[in-house]
Design a protein around this ligand. Structure first.
Ligand SMILES: Nc1nc2c(c(=O)[nH]1)N[C@H]1C(S)=C(S)[C@@H](COP(=O)(O)OP(=O)(O)OC[C@H]3O[C@@H](n4cnc5c(N)ncnc54)[C@H](O)[C@@H]3O)O[C@H]1N2
Ligand code: MOO
Ligand SMILES: [Mg+2]
Length: 460
């Protein structure tokens, strides 16, 4: 492509929020499947969970002590304790078979069912045993209901407890177990095809050669996919050849839910992905409804995309066959990041620069995986924190800095990490957040509040 030709395909940058909207509009939760509770950690529920009975489902003692009728000891004092006859004992798991008669007590353990008629539990420490346990002295008047959790104290029957789409963590596991959900209905994990592009790339296990580097973005993306609940499907290294890239991506779409590529989206002579997105646009201009990726290959080496639709055009044509959604974003790093839709599946072309690849995944791909797993709020929830240092570099676009959250005297601050150039990767290991430095010529000053996107996901 010469300069004139290239300028015909000048790229128009769209904002990150717009890109997220365009992508999210095209994904839906995947089918549900059933997994054993023990294997469900980190999965997302595909149905609401409601209580089929109250918790506790029997009046339960909260202490080791004596179950009594509180009125039997209403006048008790250390000087004149009430003496009750102990008629038996009830450990947790057993049920006392008789109603509690006036003037009697049952020795009871924490978690045991409180006998019928008992209205209070008195802690062992506040009692004195007489006649080898046959009688007990109560030295203070117990309050009605003390240390007894009544039926439904915590959870009422029918109460909705966990919403569909919630991620199963320790608390959800406890609830599911409580209600007997040994098998849990969860959304399927999205299968994410990952390609790295670039003829300079070597497999991880290969010896280095002059001018060559090992593919580090592939394993990084696989880890990001796992972290977002997806199943990474490593599909290999694509050479700088648009025709081959098209064929292999088309084949991959048939057995994955989404394809992510890294590299080759900029303006370089060998940037195969960019040429593929560009060809799609060109064919789109030539005529609507060009080829379905994976169907009839279009003439030349293009990906065969339809017209450039940012939204389904109308109801009658609600599913564009193939379309480039965007091929430039108003952000740093990763401005050449691109995306297309082929059939019902998305292809996200992330930058090859490791920093940009990492950031692009978190901003654009992770939300898609969360939506496919039914998450109610797939976009990252942000907060604001003060910068620990000046960041003096201005940028025409919002800049997403790899950053680390710190607690400084109880206040959350965000530290921009060093070695932050888009082509550098060493700081990614420490990044538990992205700090957003708004577009402008001055950057941001130490102490300034900036938007923060947390990356340490402990969220349900
Ligand atoms: N003339 C211009 N050059 C560049 C521009 C521009 O606007 N005009 N944009 C720059 C920006 S910004 C970015 S970001 C990069 C985007 O590059 P690509 O997405 O095309 O990626 P590549 O060219 O394939 O590679 C860039 C860089 O990253 C290394 N890389 C690629 N894949 C991997 C991998 N799997 N593991 C590790 N490292 C990888 C690759 O070797 C390059 O060093 O373009 C700028 N150029
Ligand atoms: O957009 Mo690029 O800023 O170097 O990653
Ligand atoms: Mg390039």
């Amino acid at each position: 492509m010469d300069g004139t030709e290239r300028s015909r395909f000048a790229r128009k940058a769209i904002r990150v929020a717009e890109a997220q909207r365009l992508l999210l509009a095209r994904v839906r939760p995947l089918a549900a499947e059933t997994v054993p509770l023990a294997a469900s950690y980190g999965r997302r529920l595909a149905a609401d969970v409601a209580a089929d009975r109250p918790v506790p489902h029997f009046a339960r003692s909260g202490m080791d002590g004596y179950a009594v009728r509180h009125e039997d000891a209403a006048a008790a004092s250390p000087q004149q304790p009430a003496a009750l006859r102990v008629v038996g004992d009830v450990p947790a798991g057993r049920v006392w078979p008789h109603p509690l008669a006036p003037g009697t007590a049952v020795r009871i353990m924490t978690g045991a069912a409180v006998p019928e008629g008992a209205t209070a539990v008195v802690m062992l420490e506040q009692t004195e045993e007489l006649e080898r346990g046959a009688r007990v002295l109560i030295k203070q008047p117990p309050a009605a209901g003390q240390h007894i959790a009544p039926v439904g104290d915590e959870i009422a029957a029918g109460q909705r407890l966990i919403a569909s789409g919630a991620r199963i963590g320790p608390g959800q596991a406890a609830l599911l177990a409580t209600f007997g959900c040994a098998a849990v209905c969860v959304y399927s994990r999205p299968r994410v095809g990952i390609f790295a592009t670039g003829s300079e790339l070597l497999p991880v296990e290969a010896e280095l050669a002059p001018g060559r580097i090992r593919n580090s973005n592939g394993p990084m993306l696989a880890a990001q996919v796992e972290r977002a609940g997806g199943v990474p499907v490593w599909l290999g290294i694509l050479p700088d050849d648009a025709a081959e890239a098209q064929a292999r991506i088309a084949a991959a779409l048939a057995h994955t839910d989404l394809v992510v590529t890294t590299g080759g989206v900029s303006v370089g002579d060998y940037d195969a992905m960019a040429s593929l997105f560009r060809q799609g646009l060109a064919q789109g201009r030539a005529g609507r409804g060009a080829g379905l990726l994976g169907g009839q290959p279009q003439e030349g080496s293009g990906i065969g995309m339809g017209s450039m639709l940012s939204e389904p055009a109308d109801k009658s044509d609600a599913e564009p066959l193939c379309a480039t959604l965007f091929n430039k974003l108003a952000l740093r790093p990763g401005s050449p990041t691109s995306a297309a839709i082929a059939g019902r599946k998305l292809i996200v072309g992330l930058s090859g620069n490791p920093g940009a690849c990492f950031v692009g995944f978190e901003l654009l791909v992770r939300p898609l995986l969360l939506r496919m797993q039914g998450a109610a709020e797939p976009l990252p929830r942000t907060f604001r924190a003060a910068l620990t240092d000046d960041f003096v570099k201005g940028s025409p676009h919002d800049r997403y800095l790899r950053a680390k959250l710190e607690l400084d005297d109880g206040i959350v601050r965000v530290r921009p990490l060093g070695f932050a150039k888009s082509g550098m990767m060493v700081s990614i290991q420490d990044a538990d957040a992205l700090a957003v430095i708004p577009a402008g010529s001055r950057g941001a000053a130490q102490g300034e509040l900036v938007e923060v996107i947390p990356l340490a996901y402990g969220e349900p």
